[in-house]
Design a protein around this ligand. Structure first.
Ligand code: ZN
Length: 120
């Protein structure tokens, strides 16, 4: 499914940030340039190497998985970017709270969910 293994291009497939909703206090911004594996605190993009992409979609969503190798812990994790199609547009809400556009999860190499990171 990977059409071109151009590693620099894969970097652009990853949003730089995700947003976490904080109840009434708006959104917190987190960087996706970090290793999401346990016991690793790498947040240096130079030490993160996206090397593979998988993409698929069904009627409801478009899913993109970016495999990233961390050169600090030598682990591999997967950023799973899920975009829901047909997001209902709210006409009543006046405040510009973004409706869910995409959800990002981190998975380990075996596909185990490491957690829901936020929205992008
Ligand atoms: Zn790491």
């Amino acid at each position: 499914m990977t059409d071109k293994a151009d590693k620099e291009d894969l970097r652009y497939e990853i949003p730089t940030h995700a947003f976490i909703a904080l109840a009434r206090r708006g959104m917190e911004k987190i960087s996706l340039d970090q290793c999401f594996l346990k016991n690793c605190d790498n947040s240096d993009p130079e030490l993160l190497e996206p090397f593979k992409k998988e993409e698929f979609e069904d009627n409801q969503k478009h899913v993109k998985k970016i495999y990233v190798k961390c050169k600090k812990c030598n682990g591999i994790f997967i950023l799973k970017l899920e975009t829901i199609k047909h997001v209902a547009k709210s006409t009543k809400e006046k405040n510009q709270e973004p409706l869910s556009m995409g959800i990002v999860y981190a998975l380990d190499e075996d596909g185990n969910n490491l957690g829901h990171l936020g929205y992008f």
